[in-house]
Design a protein around this ligand. Sequence first.
Ligand code: NAD
Length: 427
Amino acid sequence: MDSKFNPFKMAQQQFDEIAEKLNLDEATRSFLRVPMKEMHFTIPVKMDDGTTKVFQGFRIQHNSARGPNKGGIRFHPQETVDTVRALATWMTWKCAVVDIPLGGGKGGVICDPHNLSMREQEAICRGFMRVIARDVGPLVDVPAPDVMTNGQHMVWMMDEYEKIMGGKFPGVITGKPVGMGGSLGRTEATGYGAMYTVREALNNLGIDIKNTTASFQGFGNVSQYAIDLYTQYGGKPVCVSCWDDKDKKSYSFIKESGLVFKELMAITDKFGTIDKAKAVELGYKIEDGNAWLTQDVDILVPAALENQIHAENVNTISPKVKLIAEGANGPTTPEADKVLHERNIFMIPDFLCNAGGVTCSYFEQVQGNMNYFWPKEEVLEKLDNAMTSAFQAVYDLAKRKNIYMRDAAYMISISRVAEASKVRGWI
Ligand code: NAD
């Protein structure tokens, strides 16, 4: 990744442009363009080899005007405080665009789970929660899994919180495993949610999904279920890329006749890395990691990392591409975004496209509060309704005002959060 790229500057740039268009007053701009509260802390861990290693952790609470802060915790070796700030900010806009009563937050630990035993990961989770326990909680700030964290990490954190606070507080965290207070459908929620918005976009554009092809970046939680549902809808996914940590580079896997979701899942590890040798045996062609972006397809789905479509590579996108669905957070830089807008490529912006995860987390909270859990079909139906109406509201505004989809989504979110902050008398 470009070391000069700063996701928080990008999030602020996006905010400033919309604040100008909405004619927000100075106090509202100053308040919403930075997080309300930040925690930066150390997590000392006794490692399996007897040494002690000190990890750096962050929890950033961007805005809670509409409800408790909400957002995942990432484990990543290149994590930076500015990435976490940006992600916390985008969580605020994400919860607002799907109109759920939650604010925005995000957490991170600079670490590489590839090189950590389960015991060491547990120690990081418990250490993380020990520091922030007084500043999170079911009615304050509710973490969840994100890149390289999962339900097991969440249960360790919840357990530590319950030890500290005394009692049972399943609402302190979402993304818990089913049977431990988790919701059915959470695993599929972000990828499926992204595809509900793609389905709606194609309907509005008058394109039959069965006549489309798509290329995906990443084969983790988001991308896997996006590919699954896209295939069920009759679309043809032809390329997917992933990171190979052994080679320290990414690869693209291509099959012109269509990727087969189940066969790929069978040769993919828990980090979303596809086995190259087995893929070749199954007839996949392997190319450089950038090839996913240059495919002659109708739909591109960046679902790996931020800063993947930028000024240097945006012009390598094929003229055939009609739609980009941002499964990842912040995959397109503002410079590249301008080019895509000029090229009239239909954009489903990240904080709308990938809002299915947090919407299902909200459902997990609702079910946990009732102590009554819905069947998977009911969760997915409610998720589809929420994503479809959020998409339609953004699409209608974009059409009515003849503006870019990202601008329309931001206008809806920022207006809602500004309004809630004002009604509370904060600004
Ligand atoms: P994940 O860890 O499950 O998978 C990430 C995938 O990206 C893996 O297949 C990995 O190999 C691949 N990858 C990493 N670096 C790459 C590179 N340079 N080139 C190509 N592939 C690369 O993560 P995830 O949960 O699927 O999240 C992906 C993105 O979606 C992130 O931006 C995350 O913040 C965002 N997101 C996730 C959720 C969720 O519910 N999981 C919700 C909203 C947003």
